[in-house]
Design a protein around this ligand. Structure first.
Ligand code: 5GP
Length: 211
């Protein structure tokens, strides 16, 4: 039986360490397909086109929206971010689990379109840690950090809409937890109806005395 691919959404406050977690999760578990988003924000030092993001101008991004190339998109701190449709559909059709590292508005749109998607929220153990990490990263201006913190306040109001909370205290533990959540999701009855129906059928036959 071919294993059905699951769509996994990972959101979390800016600075909660989602990027690092994703890198380690994918390095350890090659079966996961990580969707690369399109964005209008400028690359950070070290970020690569097509690996971290597809970097677009506002005009290019708006064209992608118009052409229906995105499953979802959202505006975050003055920039557009969106998930290209083709890759996600292709991977799911191959039975791969696809991970989307996106913010809350996008997560909501994914849940509407894919009711079976699993939504995970990553946080640090407290807010001070988050503030320190954002400052330490040193890639954003004071104003951008302040905007990201304001955005975190809004996102914190929506945490109940997610299925699982993952606390990024220790990286290894966090990666193990995410992997085990995904594995558990695969055990849901709805993904095994073929087997369930087969067993039911056989039981009916046996109960009628067939051998
Ligand atoms: P950053 O600028 O720190 O890379 O990302 C800012 C926020 O945008 C993060 O919360 C990240 O998860 C989110 N994000 C990245 N790609 C997408 C996307 O394709 N769609 C949506 N809705 N959010 C995204």
């Amino acid at each position: 039986m071919v294993r059905q691919g699951i769509l996994i959404v990972v959101s979390g406050f800016s600075g909660a360490g989602k990027g690092t977690i994703m890198k380690k999760l994918l390095a350890e578990h090659k079966q996961y397909a990580l969707s690369v988003s399109a964005t209008t924000r400028a690359p950070r030092p070290g970020e690569e086109e097509g690996k971290d993001y597809f970097f677009k101008t506002r005009e290019q991004f708006e064209q992608m929206i118009e052409d229906g190339e995105l499953i979802e998109y959202a505006s975050y701190v003055n920039h557009y971010y969106g998930t290209p449709k083709a890759y996600v559909e292709e991977m799911l059709s191959q039975g791969r689990d696809v991970i989307l590292e996106i913010e809350i508005q996008g997560a909501r749109k994914i849940r509407e379109q894919f009711p079976g998607a699993v939504l995970l929220f990553v946080t640090t153990k407290d807010a001070r840690e988050l503030k320190n990490r954002l400052a330490r990263r040193g890639t954003e201006s004071q104003e951008a950090i302040a905007q990201r913190l304001r955005r975190a306040v809004e996102e914190s109001e929506g945490i109940e809409e997610y299925d699982y909370l993952v606390v990024n205290d220790e990286l290894e533990t966090c990666v193990r937890e995410i992997h085990s959540i995904i594995e558990s999701e695969h055990r849901r009855i709805r993904y095994h109806m073929e087997l369930v129906n087969q067993v039911r059928e056989e039981l009916r036959s046996f109960s009628k005395g067939e051998s």
